[in-house]
Write a protein that binds this ligand. Structure first.
Ligand SMILES: Nc1ncnc2c1ncn2[C@@H]1O[C@H](COP(=O)(O)OP(=O)(O)OP(=O)(O)O)[C@@H](O)[C@H]1O
Ligand SMILES: [Mg+2]
Length: 407
């Protein structure tokens, strides 16, 4: 009973979207058993576009969101797993090569892999940047390409290439500071889009090849998976707010009204639409042609599709997307968007895996995935989640690694 309770872990993922802040509390007993206890969202404040405009407002918004999910679930949390928007990140590839021994050959240990990865990270990042994720792409032993895990092979030198996701250190510090100001600790920082993939796509699809497209408010992230690893990440400076803006400008409406109309009446396929919408103005209700709303939407959707097609078809993994595209993010909720993407890219497109009992699960995928990712990280490090088996395995593995290193 005690052991079981010790293994129960609650995690609070906080997805700091620039339009909507989302928090989830999940409970995990093991990797495959995730209970979603509740989600909560608030309209984000304290951001202007992609930058923090007012840290006090941001802290208040974080407090409202986390308090909201705590009240809903009845679970008190002290720390959050922070998810940052793609608009805070830059992608870069970096490689490094190191000798394994002065002369002769040796068995490659995990220690050697960590050493060459550390070298590639050091070379790939500037002083004012922080690495949020590093995805190993390949290893070469003595100039010959190997599988993704070369530990145990024999060689004289090792080379690796990493795909890095970096952020300006000061921007991450400011986000962390806002969470502290709201009264919570930050237990980890991750890219929200990548965290979403943890619950929106299963392992088999990541191995066979697929892309996760997260349409946010100001930015769309495209993450390509193949052989179970992230092989490419691209950002498109376009999101759902562009559609709202287009409706507001073309129909001379306020942004708030345009947002409401978008959510209730807009569709991405203008051919199917007829009729009128009654909109409240100062002098009473006025009719707006639904077709005109959809024309405004279509103009922006065409713009987006052109960007997305260039990014997807330009990726070296395009021909390996055997499992097509998976969509998440609020922007993906626009009716007809999936069909338009499918038609343009000519590949199957579906919404990210649904969570039982949760509407619009694709919007909360990042906040749910943040909790699960942190659980897995803690489990791997053996911190907090201590089971006798884990501890024993850890000791055996460390002794094995030491033996490989020195004998
Ligand atoms: N039902 C809906 N139909 C159409 N668009 C929607 C719907 N619900 C939300 N959106 C749009 O989704 C966008 C917000 O999505 P999301 O919450 O994923 O963004 P975010 O995470 O806050 O932003 P970012 O990732 O760019 O920082 C907004 O533009 C919003 O108008
Ligand atoms: Mg987002």
């Amino acid at each position: 009973m005690f052991k079981k309770m010790a293994q129960l872990q609650y995690f609070c993922g906080l997805d700091l979207g620039t339009h909507t802040m989302k928090a989830s509390i999940v409970r995990l007993t093991d990797e495959d058993n995730l209970d979603l206890l509740g989600v909560f969202e608030t309209r984000a404040t304290g951001f202007k576009g992609n930058s923090i405009s007012d840290i006090t407002e941001l802290a208040e918004c974080i407090q409202r969101t986390v308090q909201g999910v705590m009240q809903k679930t009845g679970i008190k949390v002290h720390a959050v797993q922070l998810g940052v928007s793609g608009s805070f990140l830059t992608t870069r590839r970096s490689s490094a090569v190191i000798p394994l021994v002065d002369s002769g050959t040796k068995v490659i240990s995990k220690f050697d892999l960590r050493k060459v990865e550390a070298q590639a990270k050091l070379l790939g990042v500037s002083l004012d940047e922080e690495i949020i994720h590093d995805f190993p792409q390949w290893y070469k032993i003595d100039d010959i390409n190997t599988s993704i895990n070369p530990a145990g092979l024999i060689g004289r030198k090792i080379e690796t290439s990493l795909l890095l996701l970096t952020a300006q250190a000061s921007r991450v510090r400011n986000l962390t500071k806002a969470v502290h100001q709201a009264g919570f600790e930050v237990s980890s920082v991750a890219f929200g889009g990548y965290a979403a993939s943890d619950v929106a796509i299963d392992k088999a699809d990541k191995t066979l090849g697929c892309a996760l497209v997260d349409i946010g408010a100001n930015i769309t992230s495209v993450i390509f998976f193949k052989n179970g690893i992230v092989g490419d990440v691209q950002f498109i400076p376009w999101g759902g707010n562009y559609v709202t803006q287009s409706i507001a400008e073309r129909l001379s409406l306020t942004v708030d009204l345009a947002e409401e109309i978008k959510k209730t009446h807009a569709v991405a396929n203008p051919k199917e639409v007829t009729g009128e919408i009654l909109v409240k103005r100062d002098k009473g209700y006025i009719p707006i042609r639904r077709e005109a709303v959809c024309e405004a939407v279509n103009w922006e959707i065409e713009n987006f599709l052109t960007h997305l097609e260039t990014v997807v078809k330009g990726s070296h993994l395009y021909h390996q997307l055997n499992k097509g595209i998976v969509m998440v993010g609020g922007g993906a909720l626009l009716p007809g968007a999936i069909e338009r993407i499918e038609e343009r890219i000519n590949t199957p497109v579906r919404m990210g895996a649904a969570t039982p009992g949760l509407n619009n699960a694709a919007v909360y995928a990042a906040s749910i995935g943040l909790g699960r990712m942190h659980y897995l990280k803690k489990k791997e490090e053996g911190i907090g989640i201590k089971t006798p088996l884990n501890f024993k395995d850890k000791i055996v593995n460390s002794v094995k690694e030491l033996c490989q290193e020195y004998f």
